[in-house]
Design a protein around this ligand. Structure first.
Ligand SMILES: [Zn+2]
Ligand SMILES: [Zn+2]
Length: 300
C-alpha cells in the first residue's frame, strides 16, 4: 500500500504528530523538529521518542519525514550562515536517526545571483562533511525548488550533479509538484503534445523557465528514480514557469488535475511516499479534504 501523508504540526511535542496525521487519513507524515523560523532547537533528549513510537503503532503511521528549517543556505558567502546551516542540519539528521525516520528534507538555499556553477562545489563539500559527521541511520533529501531568487535545484540536473559528486547512500532527493510546475516542468506528458493554444507549454506568457521536457522525462533521462525517496504533492497558485513558490489546495490551483493524476499514477511514482504541504481550508495546513482529494487522484 502506498504511503499517503501530510505535513502536520508538532506543537506540544513530536509525540502528538501520529494522531494528527491519522485524524486526517494519513499513514505517514512530515514534521519540523522545532520552530521552522528559528535556529534554536530543544535538546534531543527532550523529545518523547518512546511515546512517539507507541503513538505510531497505535495510529498505524509508518514513515516520519523531517523538514529542515527555511533559514538554511549552504550556498551562502557568509561563513557564519553556513556554520548555522550545517549545525541545524546536523541536529535534524540526529533527530531523523532518533525517531527511526525516513529522511530530512531540505532546501539547500540560494546562490544569490552568483550562479549554480559558482557555488556547487562548496555545497557538495558541505554536504559530504555533514554526512560524514552524521549517524549511519540518517538520510538527507534535497528538494527541487521553484527557482525564484537564485534558489538552488529548480533544475533537476543540479540534483543529479550533487548526487554524483557526494556519492553517498545517505543522500537522496524529494520532488515537489508545485515547485516543478513553477520551474517549468510539466507534470503530464499530454500537455506537451497537445496542439492548439490551450497547451500550457505553448503559451509562455511571462514564463521564464519552460523546459523542453516534462518532469517524468527529466527524471527518466537523469536516472533519478532510485534516489527519489518522497514526493510533495501540492497544487500551485502561480502560472507554469513562474518561478514562484506558493502552494494551493489540490484542485484549487493552476496545475491541471489530469496532469497531476498522470504523474501520480506513473508506475515508478506509485512506489514512493506522498506528502501534502497545502494550506488547507482554514490555512492551518493539510486537512482531511485534501487527503481525500489526493486519494481520489490515485488509481488502484
Ligand atoms: Zn515541498
Ligand atoms: Zn514550496
Amino acid at each position: 500500500m502506498q504511503q499517503i501523508g501530510a505535513h502536520v504540526s508538532a506543537a506540544g511535542g513530536v509525540e502528538n504528530t501520529p494522531k494528527r496525521a491519522a485524524d486526517i487519513g494519513c499513514n505517514c507524515l512530515q514534521l519540523f523538529s522545532g520552530s521552522p523560523r528559528v535556529w534554536r532547537k530543544t535538546d534531543l533528549a527532550n523529545h518523547d521518542v518512546d511515546k512517539m513510537f507507541a503513538e505510531q503503532a497505535k495510529y498505524g503511521v509508518s514513515s516520519i519525514f523531517t523538514h529542515a528549517i527555511y533559514l538554511v543556505n549552504l550556498a551562502s558567502d557568509k561563513p557564519e550562515l553556513i556554520e548555522k546551516s550545517l549545525a541545524t542540519l546536523k541536529y535534524d539528521l540526529a533527530f531523523d536517526a532518533l525517531v527511526k525516520g525516513s529522511g530530512v528534507i531540505v532546501h539547500l538555499g540560494s546562490h544569490q545571483g552568483r550562479g549554480w556553477e559558482t557555488v556547487r562545489e562548496q555545497v557538495a563539500t558541505e554536504i559530504k562533511q555533514l554526512l560524514n559527521e552524521s549517524s549511519a541511520n540518517s538520510t538527507l533529501l534535497i528538494e527541487n525548488s521553484a527557482g525564484q531568487n537564485g534558489k538552488l535545484n529548480s533544475d533537476l540536473a543540479e540534483i543529479r550533479w550533487l548526487l554524483d559528486e557526494v556519492d553517498s547512500p545517505k543522500l537522496g532527493w524529494c520532488f515537489d509538484t508545485c515547485h516543478a510546475h513553477a520551474a517549468g516542468y510539466a507534470l503530464g506528458e499530454e500537455a506537451k503534445q497537445k496542439d492548439g493554444q490551450d497547451s500550457l507549454i505553448a503559451e509562455p506568457t511571462e514564463v521564464k523557465n519552460v523546459r523542453a521536457e516534462t518532469a517524468l522525462e527529466a527524471i527518466n533521462r537523469l536516472e533519478l528514480w532510485s534516489s527519489l525517496k518522497v514526493i510533495h504533492v501540492n497544487d500551485s497558485r502561480d502560472e507554469f514557469g513562474s518561478g514562484r513558490d506558493r502552494h494551493a489546495n489540490l484542485g484549487e490551483g493552476i496545475i491541471p488535475q489530469a496532469d497531476l493524476k498522470y504523474f501520480l499514477n506513473y508506475s515508478q511514482t506509485k512506489e514512493i511516499p506522498l506528502l501534502l504541504e497545502v494550506p488547507g481550508a482554514d490555512k492551518k495546513g493539510p486537512d482531511a479534504k485534501n487527503v481525500s482529494a489526493l486519494k481520489q487522484l490515485l488509481e488502484d
